[in-house]
Design a protein around this ligand. Structure first.
Ligand SMILES: Cc1ncc(COP(=O)(O)O)c(C=O)c1O
Length: 304
């Protein structure tokens, strides 16, 4: 990975190599931690974090959901994002990983006495699913793994433990020769990718499932806002896998994945087998926003 110089931990910047934890760190054993994936882009006016407020809000909401009492004030952690970017000499676009986790000092499943720690790391990271794939799209399979069910996990939390499911689905997809997995919910409707939300286009209508079985995605919300502004008709409703086989366009959205076209699902070519026109329009509008080229959305950027 692209190492940087400093990581922020519990109130101070420390050398990247010193940002370590004990082997009996509670989170390592029982999986309770909450984190964010946030991006900062090199704009004309310097590095700027995209939708920092929304990411910080989701981080603290996630902590509330999984009953972790943060050890650091909200504003301090928000500011830490800026400190991390200012102290490292980034020349490329950056991915940021704030995490609130349970540290060393208490073992056993009951977690409330475990000490809470907070860190914010950042490193240079390009397109998550590939630069070329932003144009040619990715090959997706329907996963044999059901998306974490609402009866047993908390899907509105971006919690570490939720990602075992995503990790297994991603592993299966890659081993089977695909680039990403689409997980279905317990009723067989499309839920989300392993780190992305789904969109399809049918007859000029942009369709995305409700967030009942997905993370409340910040990228999805941004794309929906851009689509609304462009006068594109929008539907939020359930989608079945066979509807994706016959749709005109499909794409994934996520902070890491940005707007990535899906060129096939389960070996059925989707639309023209590459990036469709509406996907291209929304992708380019999204990049204009995150790179600060659209003045209307400057309020989504926090310049360092
Ligand atoms: C499981 C899952 N769904 C959806 C998303 C997309 O969310 P966002 O657009 O806020 O990054 C992510 C990424 O954070 C994710 O991990």
């Amino acid at each position: 990975m692209n190492e940087a110089k400093y990581i922020w931990m519990d109130g101070k910047l420390i050398d990247w190599k010193d940002a370590k934890v004990h082997i009996l760190t509670h989170t390592v054993h029982y999986g309770n931690a909450v984190f964010e994936g946030t991006r900062a882009y090199q704009t004309e006016d310097g590095l700027a974090i995209f939708r920092l407020n929304e990411h910080c809000k989701r981080l603290y909401n996630s902590a509330k959901i999984v009953a972790i009492k943060p050890n650091m004030e909200y504003d301090v952690v928000k500011e830490a994002h800026l400190e991390v970017l200012r102290s490292n000499d980034f020349t490329e676009n950056v991915y940021m990983r704030p995490i609130i986790f349970l540290g060393y000092g208490q073992m056993g499943v009951h977690h409330v006495k475990a000490p809470v720690q907070t860190a914010v790391a950042a490193w240079e990271w390009g397109a998550y699913l590939g630069e070329d794939e932003l144009e040619k799209g990715i090959k997706v399979c329907t996963s044999s793994i059901t998306r974490n069910p609402n009866r047993s996990t908390f899907g509105k939390a971006k919690a570490a433990a939720n990602y075992l499911n995503s990790q297994m689905a991603k592993y299966e997809a890659i081993e089977n020769g695909f680039e990403e997995a689409l997980m279905l919910d317990e009723n067989g409707f499309a839920a989300e990718g392993t780190g992305e939300c789904l969109f399809i286009v049918r007859d000029g209508v942009l369709i995305s499932p409700p967030n009942d079985n997905s993370l409340e995605s910040i990228t999805q919300a941004t794309v929906l806002e851009l689509a609304k502004e462009a006068g594109i008709p929008i539907e939020r409703r359930n989608i079945t896998r066979d509807e994706i086989y016959i749709c005109d366009e499909a794409f994934f959205t996520g902070t890491a994945a940005e707007v990535t076209p899906i060129n096939s699902l389960d070996h059925r070519v989707v639309g023209n087998g590459a990036r469709g026109p509406m996907t291209e329009h929304l992708q380019s509008a999204y990049f204009d926003v995150v790179f600060g080229r659209n003045p209307k959305y400057k309020h989504y950027l926090t310049y360092i």
